[in-house]
Design a protein around this ligand. Sequence first.
Ligand code: SF4
Length: 258
Amino acid sequence: MEHFKGKYLLFVEGSIPMGMNGQYGTIGAAGETFHDHLVRCAENAAAVVAVGACATFGGIPAASPNPTGAVGVMDVIKNKPLINIPACPANPANMVGVILHYLLTGQVPELDSLLRPKFAFGYRIHDNCERRAHFDAGEYVEEWGDQGAQNNFCLYKMGCKGPMTFNNCSIIRYNEAVNWPIGVGRGCIGCSEPDFWDKYAYERPMANAKIKAPTGGVEKTVDEFGLGMLTAAGIGIAIHAAASAVAGKREKSGESHE
Ligand code: SF4
């Protein structure tokens, strides 16, 4: 901090308890509060990088009723460039991405409205999920361990929040790309979104949550959407069957169908 005044990136992990004058969290023998420690270390930083669900948006400590008054870094540091890398855990690939971008360009990467780097959080989990074809086909896990679970069907009805969550974990995965939550059969809990614990982390679909069709257009609930897709698939199958029957008749009568 002394030698690189104004040039270092400050990475922060954990939420900041504001209740009881910050006394819920202290560091060192002098009992410096998390809040004061953060403000002191951020003073001469070039930019501050909040890492993980807690440091970005308060995370589980800030969940209702938030007894310690926990907040994210963006609620404390207002006078610096700030980058949020949420998720629980934050993906190390996204941290390295921010560091490399800063080293190579001297700039913070392009951010979305929640101060998340677009290169990592510009993707909706649902749009890159390996179970998406099952969602589109209306094939869901209805109960843990059922036939659908054994066939890796979509986890929406088990509470997956992939349609509401922006993160690249469906693309880069975790642990050197070994796997990710949906890959092991557990729905997304929306951990890269603000207030995820209160809003998303329960094992049931959002009541009346609306989802856009793959082609855009009107948003529908998952049941309406699944029914629509099934109907469309049914019509497609019927058209295909009719076309095949006509082609078959033509073949029999010696007509070319090229
Ligand atoms: S609802 Fe979840 S499991 Fe289903 S396709 Fe979307 S992200 Fe994947």
